[in-house]
Each structure stands twice: as structure tokens, then as C-alpha cells.
Design a protein around this ligand. Structure first.
Ligand code: AP5
Length: 213
């Protein structure tokens, strides 16, 4: 399967993509995760991306497109993929179409997660992540077994720099600006399916799975 998962910051894209990738044996390709790794490693890409991410703005298209082109060319993507956080605007979507055409991996479905803003803010400000293995938690909705510690690898959990409230608001503004044309683009291509992203992780997952049947 060749899928894109769209949705505002905090909608649950990473959460759902992780479960889908495991259950359907797909490559989970998250530009946010790749960029955060680059920042952590202090690579040239990370140094260039960091200032945009800290402000809650999009990283320039050419940097992200180069990253995604490489990743989609890797062997595991041929067995199916789910894109999480890419594309973010119409020019990324157009470039994605070209890359997938070259690779002969046409998109099959674009899932558009929809969650009200107050819930997005609750989800993002309560999120905690593991700097070691990348596992994501929520203080209330998905707490770790032991407070502040990753269940998977035992590292201390941290708050993402861009989950502070002022940056969260900027990320939501950027999303509002860029998303409508993107939704229109995929709607016209006949690929778009809206998914109600409210409720528990399991409820949202069941809605997605019924669209994939
Ligand atoms: P990115 O990492 O892609 O962030 P985002 O799109 O803002 O999405 P999030 O990771 O915040 O949320 P999510 O939808 O994955 O939700 P999650 O599952 O974690 O991008 C970060 C930055 O990188 C961007 O701002 C930009 O600068 C840059 N960037 C990335 N891609 C780019 C691109 N293509 N172009 C340019 N720049 C790019 O869930 C959130 C929380 O809610 C978690 O705590 C989770 O446990 C909880 N939760 C999830 N589902 C539920 C549920 N159903 N009920 C209750 N809680 C839930």
C-alpha cells in the first residue's frame, strides 16, 4: 500500500502511522522524525532545519524533498509505505507525484485526519517523547508505565522544543494556511478520504482500517 497521512500538528499522524506500519508491514516515513534526527546529530541538514522547526515554520521545500527522494528510493519503500508529515503544501505534493512516477509507486490513498483545535493543543502540550528511541507518550492519554521514563528503552522522557504553547500556535497557523490547497489537490485527484480523528487511538485506528478494506 502507498499511503499519505495528512492532518494538523498533534492530530495523531505519528501514532496512527506507527501502528499501521507495524500491522501492514509498511515503511513509516516521517519527515518530522527524520528532521529531528538530523538536528540531534548536528548534520548540515539539522543545522539548516533547526531554526525553522524552533519557530514552528516549515523547513524549505528543497531540503525536505531531497530527504524524501532518498528515503523513497530505499528498498523497504518498494514493499509499501506510509508518509507522515509529507507533503505539507502543493509544491511538495507535485514533486512527490514526480518522484513516485519515476519509482513506479503510485499513491493509492490520502487519509486526512480531522481533530478540533482545543483537542490538538491538549494532545501536543501533554506529549512527551523519548530522545533515545523516539517513542511518543501523552501525560494523560498514553502515559508510560513509570512516570517520565520510556517503557521501551528506559531513557528519561522530554518535551519536544516545538510543543511549547507559543510554537504550537504558530504550527497551527502554518497548517491553516497550507492545508486547504493541499486537500483540494488530493480531492481533485480522487485520493482523499476524511477520517474523524476524535476519540481513542483504537477508535481512530478502526476508522482508518475500515477505509483501507
Ligand atoms: P512533524 O513532526 O511532522 O509535526 P506535526 O505535523 O506538527 O505533527 P506532530 O508530530 O506534532 O503530531 P502528530 O499528528 O504526529 O501527532 P502524534 O501522533 O504525535 O513536524 C515537525 C516540524 O518539522 C514542522 O513544524 C516543520 O518545521 C518540520 N517539517 C516536518 N515535515 C515537513 C515538511 N514536509 N516540510 C517542511 N517542514 C517539515 O500525537 C500527538 C499527541 O497526542 C501524542 O502525545 C499522542 O500520544 C497523543 N494522541 C495521539 N492520538 C491520540 C488520541 N486518539 N487520543 C488521545 N491522545 C492521542
Amino acid at each position: 500500500m502507498h499511503l499519505v497521512l495528512l492532518g494538523p500538528p498533534g492530530a495523531g499522524k505519528g501514532t496512527q502511522a506507527t501502528i499501521l506500519a507495524r500491522d501492514l508491514r509498511l515503511a513509516h516515513i516521517s519527515t518530522g522524525d527524520m528532521l529531528r534526527t538530523a538536528v540531534r546529530e548536528g548534520s548540515d541538514l539539522g543545522l539548516a532545519a533547526r531554526e525553522y522547526m524552533d519557530r514552528g515554520e516549515l523547513v524549505p521545500d528543497e531540503l525536505v524533498i531531497a530527504l524524501i527522494q532518498d528515503r523513497l528510493g530505499a528498498p523497504d519503500a518498494r514493499g509499501g509505505f506510509i508518509l507522515d508529515g509529507f507533503p505539507r503544501n502543493v509544491s511538495q505534493a507535485e514533486r512527490l507525484d514526480e518522484i513516485l512516477e519515476e519509482l513506479n509507486l503510485p499513491l493509492e490513498l490520502v487519509l486526512n485526519l480531522q481533530v478540533p483545535e482545543a483537542e490538538l493543543i491538549r494532545r501536543m502540550t501533554g506529549r512527551r517523547v523519548c530522545p533515545g528511541c523516539g517513542e511518543s507518550y501523552h501525560l494523560v492519554f498514553n502515559p508510560p508505565k513509570s512516570l517520565g521514563v520510556c517503557d521501551q528503552c528506559g531513557e528519561d522522557l522530554i518535551q519536544r522544543d516545538d510543543d511549547k504553547e507559543a510554537t504550537v500556535r504558530m504550527r497551527l497557523e502554518v497548517y491553516e494556511r497550507e492545508n486547504a490547497p493541499l486537500v483540494e489537490y488530493y480531492g481533485e485527484a480522487g485520493l482523499l478520504v476524511d477520517i474523524d480523528g476524535r476519540g481513542t487511538v483504537e477508535q481512530v485506528y478502526d476508522r482508518i482500517r475500515s477505509e483501507l478494506k
